[in-house]
Design a binder for this molecule. Structure first.
Ligand SMILES: *[C@@H]1O[C@H](CO)[C@@H](O)[C@H](O)[C@H]1NC(C)=O
Ligand SMILES: *[C@@H]1O[C@H](CO)[C@@H](O)[C@H](O)[C@H]1NC(C)=O
Length: 458
């Protein structure tokens, strides 16, 4: 009797647990097309075979738990994009995993790091109102402390406000948008006219000028980073969307020399003092160490030095002589801007071939570096076997040689036709079995190519 009771409790507990798990991350199918419109959804489009998707799975579960327990209206789901490929392509899914927040008719792509906190922050930001009101001085101060870059619309209803709303609902994937009345701002802020769109950053503020800057969305896109940044691979990838060139001081922060410090101070000064001239086209910053840049340009930059990258076409620029003064730096940047500086790299066919070779070489090198024995085994063994085989074939007596070829034939390693019907049949069967497998492999490669983020975010 007691046993029955216990197993009953177990069963109830199991049902309860599994339903709780189901509720946190919902498995989506074809019916999602109809059900999605009523709610805000955060969806992971995955493929069963993709490694990055498997890595995301436990994180996705945590995201589901966090959003659920915090009372967020966002529902979390996942969809096998290979099983429902029609739906997936309707949502514009190309690589795996693809994370999207779906809100009414709009779909927002998540491109940030795949960590729980980043994804949850994204979901809360995008799911909420595009423009959030800052009702008090305290609230304004609080947000100013929390955000390095703060966009605020100041004023009442106006055509500018409409534009601000439009820009916000497009660019909420990148940053928050606020609105406030003038009396909420600190006294030190003086705006020439109202309404105005202002960005607070770099310990000061800048006002949007419709006539000088062009569209509001493009202005926001260019202003959404601080004027000077510590740059890493991921930041560089994020900066790509701004269309700006990136001027980087490559320095060694672990072993800071006087020269490194001077160069960093120099580029910081240019970023600040020449903002008017260069802000529209350049982002400034420094990078610690030259490893990342070296693999990017497939070469070696000296530390410390300055490099300018064009992330849209993978070209880069180097000063003809070491930069020592503000004037030299300004000269260098101007020469890139007016097209007189020598461009290196690029995304042409030769560069791409070079990239493939470079990546292959780095893979081999990194295997050898981390484990020389394994390297010898992985790359030495096949080489040894091949050379032994060549040696065997070349030095063999003629009748021995034919035996060798027979042996190869039997193992299906030659292209020669076989006469026996049996073998032909066997091969056909094998081909049938192989067919779909090969197809899958191609798909995987395809997806890998189409999702360059993977490489850069991980
Ligand atoms: C950077 O690349 C883009 C895209 O190819 C190009 O239009 C632009 O002129 C380049 N900028 C410079 C300074 O070379
Ligand atoms: C481009 O800018 C550099 C640096 O300011 C200057 O020396 C050069 O004469 C300029 N070239 C053209 C074609 O304007």
């Amino acid at each position: 009797m007691a046993e029955v009771k216990a197993s009953l409790i177990c069963a109830v507990a199991a049902v309860f647990l599994s339903s709780a798990v189901l509720a946190v991350v919902e498995d989506l199918d074809d019916t999602f097309k109809e059900t999605r419109v009523n709610d805000i959804w955060l969806v992971d489009f995955y493929a069963p075979w993709c490694g990055y998707c498997k890595k995301l799975e436990p994180i996705w579960q945590e995201v589901g738990v966090e959003l659920k327990t915090s009372g967020s209206p966002v529902r979390v789901g996942k969809m096998d994009a290979t099983a429902y490929s029609g739906m997936a392509s309707e949502f514009g899914v190309r690589g795996y995993p693809t994370i999207k927040l779906l809100k009414g008719d709009l779909a927002y792509n998540y491109k940030g790091p795949r960590t729980k906190d980043d994804i949850v922050e994204f979901a809360n930001r995008v799911a909420g109102p595009a423009v959030r009101a800052l009702p008090s001085k305290q609230m304004f101060e609080h947000m100013l402390r929390r955000h390095d870059v703060l966009f605020v619309y100041v004023g009442g209803a106006s055509p500018l406000k409409e534009k601000y709303n439009d820009a916000a609902s497009e660019l909420i994937v990148y940053t928050y948008f606020f609105s406030a009345s003038e009396d909420v701002l600190p006294e030190s802020v003086t705006l020439p006219e109202l309404p105005a769109v202002v960005v607070f950053k770099d310990e000061t503020y800048f006002t949007y000028d419709e006539y000088e800057e062009g569209g509001l969305a493009s202005w926001v896109n260019k202003e959404r980073f601080q004027g000077y940044l510590q740059i890493d691979g991921f930041t560089l990838y994020e900066l790509g969307d701004t269309g700006k060139l990136v001027a980087i001081a490559v320095i060694d922060e672990k072993d800071p020399t006087e020269q490194s410090g001077r160069l960093k101070a120099l580029i910081q000064r240019v970023a600040k003092e020449y903002r008017e001239h260069f802000n529209r086209d350049f982002q400034f910053g420094h990078m610690d160490g030259n490893d990342y840049i070296n693999s990017l340009i497939m070469g070696e930059v000296t530390v410390p030095s300055v490099i300018i990258l064009n992330t849209s076409n993978e070209q880069y620029f180097l000063p003809s002589e070491p930069i020592e003064t503000v004037e030299q730096m300004v000269q260098f940047i101007s020469s890139v801007l007016n097209g007189s500086a020598q461009a290196y790299g690029g995304d042409g066919i030769i560069q791409r071939i070079k990239r493939v070779a470079f990546d292959a070489k780095s893979t081999v090198m990194s295997v050898f570096r981390s484990s020389p024995l394994l390297g010898c085994f992985l790359f030495g063994l096949p080489l040894g076997v091949i050379s032994l085989m060549c040696y065997g074939i070349c030095t063999a007596e003629s009748d021995d040689g034919s035996d060798d070829i027979d042996a190869l034939k039997r193992e299906g390693m030659t292209d020669e036709e076989e006469d026996e019907e049996e073998e032909e049949e066997e091969r056909q069967r094998a081909a049938e079995l192989e067919g779909p497998e090969e197809g899958e492999e191609m798909e995987e490669e395809d997806a890998g190519e189409k999702d360059p983020e993977d490489k850069k975010t991980d």
